[in-house]
Each structure stands twice: as C-alpha cells, then as structure tokens.
Design a protein around this ligand. Structure first.
Ligand SMILES: Nc1ncnc2c1ncn2[C@@H]1O[C@H](COP(=O)(O)OP(=O)(O)OP(=O)(O)O)[C@@H](O)[C@H]1O
Length: 262
C-alpha cells in the first residue's frame, strides 16, 4: 500500500517538511496521511529562484558597470569645467566691463577668497581690460596673484629687476589710475604681478618657481596657467590669468579654475 502510493505519486506529491523532522516512526499509515497529492509547499515547487539565474547576475553587472561609467564621466566633466561656472564676458565684447558682470564674477570668487572684494573687482576689471584691449594691436597674456603676498613672494623670483621697486606703496595701489596704466604697459613683460590684499602691487615680472606636479588642470594649459594654479594650491592667494593664446580671463583658487570668461 505504501510503496504503491509513493511510487505512483513521487513526482506529484508533496511531503510535509514537518513530517520527517518529527520523531514519530515513519509508517505506511502516517505517510499516506501526510502526503497531499498536487500540493507543493512554498519554495519547493521545482522553480529556480530568479536570484540564481544568469539573467539576474547579468542585470546586476550592467547596473554596477553603468554606475561606475557614470561616476567616471561626472569626474571627468568636473575636472575639466570650472567649479563655479563660465563667465558672461566674451572676448569679442568691447567697451567697459559692466558693473553687473563684475558683481556676478566677484560673487562667485568671494566664495573662495578671504580678501577685500573691491580690490578683487579692481584687479578683475584690469585683467578683463587687458584681455580685450591687448597692447600695441597684439593679444597680451599676463597673470595676477592676489593676496597672501608674503607666501607668494617666498615661492617666486624676479625674472627681471622689479620695475615697481622704490615706488611708494601709495603710488603702487591698484586703484590708482596711473598705476593701472603702468600695469597695462608692464603686462608685456614675462612673469606675474604680485598684489597684496590691500591692493598694493608688490612686484611685476615675477616667476613662480614651485612644484606644479600636484596641479590637476586639464591637459592643454601651458606653464603660465599651471604655475598660477600651483601657487593658489600652496597659498591662500587667488590667481587671475589672462591668456595670450585664447584671450580668456581665468580665475583660480585652491589649484583649480573657478571662473573663466568665454
Ligand atoms: N612659472 C611662471 N611664472 C610666471 N610666469 C610664467 C611662468 N611660466 C610661464 N610664464 C609666462 O607665461 C608665458 C606663456 O607661457 P605658456 O605659453 O607656457 O603659458 P600658457 O599657460 O599657455 O599661457 P597663454 O594661454 O597665455 O599662452 C611665458 O612667456 C611667461 O611669460
């Protein structure tokens, strides 16, 4: 009786899991009582769980791969673009820089700069004028390193004798109209301007002589940009670079470009 029942239903019958765990003797009578034809307990119906199928692992692989690729793309975009955006002032613009433009840029830069906002605006204005006007009909490139000037001077050297040496601090203020004209002339020289937070121009023709290996600017920038980025990484200064080749004005802080004009 037991053998017949079990053999004829062995692919269809369900054995109650509790049945074998109980200490009762297995007898033909209680076996038949606990066998329910056609009823399969949950999880024992012969289907392979989805998590064990190759399709599941393929989908997991696609998901993880997608996340990794998205992360790499975002990292690449972030390392290429300025952190705070691109400016509104185009190289082809002419005329004076509007207060609105300057305010917009200064707002962005002051997030990374501890110095005087008005002095910052004066330096920006001058840099933008140099980028737009050039000198003697030619494009001019130069760089301003603003703030933390003792630390900057320690990490740089004169390329030529400092043309500003011997002039009174009051004559060397960036807010002084004569000084601004002088800076435009001196921008033809190699090297950078070093400017104190209070607007005193300490030096022109300064060569930044520090290790640039930790700078993470995207490829394509030359030594002017890279060395200014490096000095902003090592000091609390910000850098304002006028590119001779592209005409953009780029503002740098903490080793990164934080703003650039179009
Ligand atoms: N370490 C430095 N410190 C100060 N000025 C530098 C330094 N390196 C280069 N310069 C100045 O930058 C000028 C241009 O150099 P380079 O072409 O390599 O820079 P760049 O970043 O491509 O700038 P640009 O976009 O203006 O061409 C040099 O002639 C020199 O006057």
């Amino acid at each position: 009786m037991y053998d017949e029942a079990y053999d004829s239903y062995r692919f269809l019958l369900t054995i109650d899991p509790q049945f074998f765990s109980s200490r009762e003797n297995i007898t033909a009578s209680n076996l038949t009582v606990n066998i329910t034809p056609g009823m399969l307990p949950p999880g024992m119906n012969g289907e392979i769980p989805f998590m064990s199928t190759p399709l599941f692992w393929i989908l997991i692989g696609i998901g993880v791969g997608g996340l990794v690729i998205s992360g790499l793309v975002i990292y690449h975009i972030r390392s290429r673009l300025p952190e705070h955006g691109t400016g509104v002032i185009s190289r082809s613009s002419s005329g004076p820089v509007s207060e609105k433009d300057l305010t917009h840029i200064a707002d962005q830069v002051m997030k990374c700069y501890y110095g005087d906002r008005n002095i910052l605006i004066q330096v920006l204005k001058l840099a933008i004028e140099i980028a737009r006007e050039g000198r003697e009909g030619k494009a001019v490139g130069t760089a301003f390193v603003l703030g933390d000037s003792d630390a900057v001077l320690e990490r740089s050297r004169q390329l030529i004798l400092n043309p500003l040496a011997g002039h009174k601090p009051s004559e060397r203020l960036i807010t002084n109209a004569d000084m601004r004209e002088n800076i435009k002339e001196l921008s033809l020289l190699d090297g950078a301007f070093v400017i104190r937070e209070d607007g005193t121009v300490e030096a022109a023709g300064r060569y930044i002589s520090i290790d640039t290996s930790k700078v993470k600017l995207s490829k394509g920038f030359g030594t002017r940009h890279v060395s200014v980025a490096a000095i902003t990484q090592e000091t609390r200064a910000i850098g304002i670079v006028v590119s001779e080749s592209g005409g953009q004005v780029r503002i740098m802080a903490k080793g990164r470009i934080i703003f650039e004009t179009c």
